[in-house]
Design a protein around this ligand. Structure first.
Ligand code: HEC
Length: 156
């Protein structure tokens, strides 16, 4: 085998591998409903914000008033955004059927969440230590949990 043809066959092997990888990827990702994706993306951001603030709750020495304020404000602003993406009950994602059969219950959870995140953001404005925000932080975590218990499909 000459050097040239060797390179050629390597190239085509590479091309085939690439193609297979591309096809494999396409086959694996079932199309996700845009509303499901939108609300899951928002929820993921909620999770990230809670991680940052929860980290400070665990290690009070790391409390950073500006960062906490920013995350709390983010939650408060975004708190009204997921719910319009729950209109189509055929796009279940990991939402329980109760989202659509217990509309009032779901709405109450969503409204409570908006209330407690607004209170947390307000408390964060003047906070100088984690102690100043803890009374408002706990109800936010409770709100996430409470809604998930009733309305999110449990994962193993
Ligand atoms: C009013 C109800 C409600 C509240 C409040 C709520 N969630 Fe959710 N959350 C859901 C539902 C329903 C799903 C499932 C959505 C889906 O898969 O379509 C979900 C999914 C998630 C997911 C998984 C997203 C993914 O990638 O599939 C995360 C993470 C999450 N929530 C975090 C939070 C955090 C953190 C909070 C509080 C700061 C919160 N949620 C508040 C109802 C709620």
């Amino acid at each position: 085998m000459t050097q040239v043809s060797n390179q050629k066959s390597l190239k085509s092997i590479f091309a085939i591998t690439l193609m297979a990888a591309t096809l494999g990827l396409t086959a694996c990702s079932t199309p996700v409903d845009p509303d499901v994706k939108a609300r899951q993306d928002i929820m993921k951001n909620f999770g990230d914000a809670m991680k940052v603030m929860g980290g400070m709750a665990k290690e009070p020495d790391t409390f950073d008033a500006d960062v906490f304020k920013e995350q709390a404000a983010f939650l408060a602003e975004e708190s009204k955004n997921p719910w319009s993406h729950f209109n189509n009950k055929d796009a279940a994602g990991n939402a329980k059927a109760e989202v659509w059969s217990n509309v009032d219950g779901f709405k109450a959870e969503a409204e409570n969440f908006q209330k407690v995140t607004a209170e947390l953001s307000a408390a964060a404005q003047t906070a100088t230590s984690i102690d100043d925000v803890m009374p408002a932080f706990k109800p936010v975590g409770d709100s996430c949990k409470s809604c998930h218990t009733d309305f999110q499909v449990e994962k193993d």
